[in-house]
Each structure stands twice: as C-alpha cells, then as structure tokens.
Design a protein around this ligand. Structure first.
Ligand code: ADE
Ligand code: ZN
Ligand code: ZN
Length: 255
C-alpha cells in the first residue's frame, strides 16, 4: 500500500519532464505582477479575466500533451553552439524561444487580432519569458539542453536539465509566493539595470550561464546539498531577472 501511495506521488514528476518547473514559472509571474504600470495591469486584468500572471504562467506546459499544439513545442527553448551568439547561429526550421517570444509580442500588441488569439499568445509569452531565464533552455543541441546528461539528485535518478528545471528549486522547499517575495527585494536602480537590454542580450546571458552549468557536473555525478549551495545564487538571480523583465516586456507591450 505504501508503495502504491509513493508511486502516486512520484508519477506526475516522472511523466512531466522538460520544463522550468511550475514553481519557477510562478515565481517569475508573481515578481512581475509587482512591477506593472497601471495601464499594463488594466490590460492584463481584461485579457486574463482577472487571473494572475503566476496562474497563467504554466499554461504553455499544460497544453504540451495536446497534439493540436505540437507546433509550439520548439518555442520553449533555443539550442546553438556555446561559443556563438543567437544572432549568428543557424536557426531551426521549427522556430525557437526567440521566434516564439517575438511572435507572441506581435500578436498580443495588435488590437485588431481576435481576442482569443491575443489571450492565447499572451499566456504563451508569460511562460516563454520564464523559459528564457532557465539557462538550459538557451543551450546546446547535442545533449538536448542537458536532458541527456544523467546525474543523481539526492540519490534519485535525474538529469542536468531537470536539476535546473525543478530539482534545485523544489529542494529549497519554499512556495512560489515565499520565493517571489524573497527575491523581489531590489532597489529601483537595480531593477532598472536588470530591465535594460533586449531579448537578444537576455538569451546571451542565459547561454553563457548555460556554458558554466555544463561544467558544473559530470555524467553520473551525485548532486545534492553542495550543488545547491554553490548554484542557488544563480538560480535565484535568473528567477529575479525573469520576473522583472517579464514586467518590462508587458509594460512596453501595453504602453
Ligand atoms: N529539447 C531539446 N533541447 C531542449 C532544451 N534545450 N530544453 C528543453 N527541451 C529540449
Ligand atoms: Zn526545461
Ligand atoms: Zn516551457
């Protein structure tokens, strides 16, 4: 009986892989919420029927299991050589994270588009700005952003991608609201600095962190407390940047 109960708890974590976990996306959404202009707040309230950014931030992962939406699956990440910039790298025929973000902005911006479309792409956008800040979503193709690099996390099988999508953040043991409040302690000056730049700069920053992460663990390595201690600052920094920049993107979009 105990085993069955354990399996029921484990099943969702085994079947849904491959995303900056729900907590990461919600932290990003919750931080963004605190930095919106009045205009953006009103537009979002209308388009999202009063739902929060944290609430809608996981939508793009929820629809992944539905094949109708399979054309969007390449939008969650971008892979290119570690020593290249996105602008100079060969592009995927299926689109990528940057193509996805730009398409979302274009569709949401145009008020002539059907409301349902604008809502759909807005929810995608909230999610994709989160993914942009998971360094292994701006990664290299050979190992599928670390998905093929098997490691152990506190004695359980995992992979480097999953460690950064969810293991690190979940083992920290804080709820998304607690984490968001904790990470939202920035001065106005710091916030402005973080919000500078373009999505091309932000993807480059993630890509460089990604290169560092590839050097952080060997195949089969046993990761745990020591790894958390060493890398939590980077994780928290990326979550904070994601939140503040999501606010910036939305404020500009609804200006
Ligand atoms: N599949 C292939 N590359 C990936 C990446 N970088 N992130 C998530 N899924 C992927
Ligand atoms: Zn992922
Ligand atoms: Zn995603």
């Amino acid at each position: 009986m105990k085993k069955i109960i354990l399996l029921l708890f484990l099943l969702p974590t085994l079947t849904f892989s491959n995303y900056w976990g729900k907590t990461g996306h919600r932290v990003t959404g919750h931080i963004a919420e605190n930095h919106l202009t009045g205009k953006a707040k009103r537009a979002l309230k209308d388009l999202l029927d009063g739902h929060s950014l944290a609430f809608v931030s996981t939508y793009a992962d929820e629809i992944k299991a539905d094949r109708t939406f399979s054309k969007f699956s390449a939008w969650h990440y971008v892979n290119y050589p570690l020593d290249m910039r996105y602008e100079d790298a060969p592009k995927s025929d299926y689109g990528d994270l940057i193509v996805g973000i730009e398409k979302c902005i274009e569709i949401v911006k145009n008020k002539d588009n059907p409301r349902a479309n604008r809502v759909f792409y807005l929810k995608m956008l909230v999610h994709l700005i989160g993914d942009l800040h998971q360094p292994l979503h701006a990664s290299r193709a050979e190992d599928k952003g670390g998905n093929d690099i098997q490691v152990q996390w506190f004695g359980e099988g995992s992979n480097l991608h999953r460690v950064w999508d969810k293991n690190l953040i979940e083992s920290y043991g804080m709820t998304y609201t607690e984490l968001a409040n904790e990470l939202d302690q920035v001065s106005r000056k710091e916030r402005k600095k973080i919000q500078e730049g373009t999505i091309y700069d932000w993807v480059q920053e993630s890509h460089e962190i990604c290169a560092e992460i590839y050097n952080s663990a060997q195949i089969g390595e046993k990761l745990g407390y020591q790894y958390s201690y060493k890398y939590n600052d980077i994780l928290f920094q990326q979550l904070q940047r994601g939140g503040l920049r999501l606010a910036k993107v939305l404020n500009d979009l609804f200006a």
